[in-house]
Design a protein around this ligand. Structure first.
Ligand code: HEC
Length: 120
């Protein structure tokens, strides 16, 4: 019995290690900044600047990258800032306008957030 428990924990350990080492899982979790840049350039840059420095839109560089993902997602899909205050026009509500007409997926939002984290 002791040997069985021991073997089970080894197997469990081995499977969790291989999960963490899977590069695809790792990038999914962290977001793919390269893919995010493509979205940023085509959708956000016009208002927020090529380096997130701001323009018509608020400055994102060095600020929005520090937000928790859930707050970033809420800003885009529900139009609220990190304190829950409604974002004013012309900041789009992306639940309504979508990314190229489709409601943004979590993966797209994670990628976008990952790219914004690189803006200093
Ligand atoms: C048509 C212009 C426009 C576009 C396009 C746009 N934004 Fe904005 N955004 C704004 C404006 C203006 C504000 C400030 C609103 C306010 O102060 O209430 C803002 C605010 C924000 C905020 C809140 C910043 C803060 O500090 O509170 C975030 C986050 C944000 N935008 C992300 C994005 C992302 C990501 C994209 C692209 C997917 C995007 N925006 C596209 C105009 C735009």
């Amino acid at each position: 019995m002791k040997a069985f428990i021991c073997l089970t924990s080894v197997v469990l350990l081995a499977s969790s290690v291989s999960l963490a080492a899977d590069p695809k899982m790792a990038t999914m979790k962290a977001g793919d900044a390269k893919a995010g840049k493509v979205l940023y350039t085509s959708i956000c840059q016009g208002c927020h600047g090529d380096k997130g420095q701001g323009g018509v839109g608020a400055k994102l560089a060095g600020e929005v990258g520090t937000w928790k993902f859930d707050l970033f997602k809420r800003a885009l899909l529900q139009g609220k800032d990190d304190k829950g205050v409604a974002l004013k026009a012309p900041m789009p509500n992306f639940t309504t306008v979508g990314f190229a007409g489709k409601k943004p997926t979590d993966v797209q939002l994670m990628n976008l957030h990952a790219y914004i984290k690189t803006l200093k």
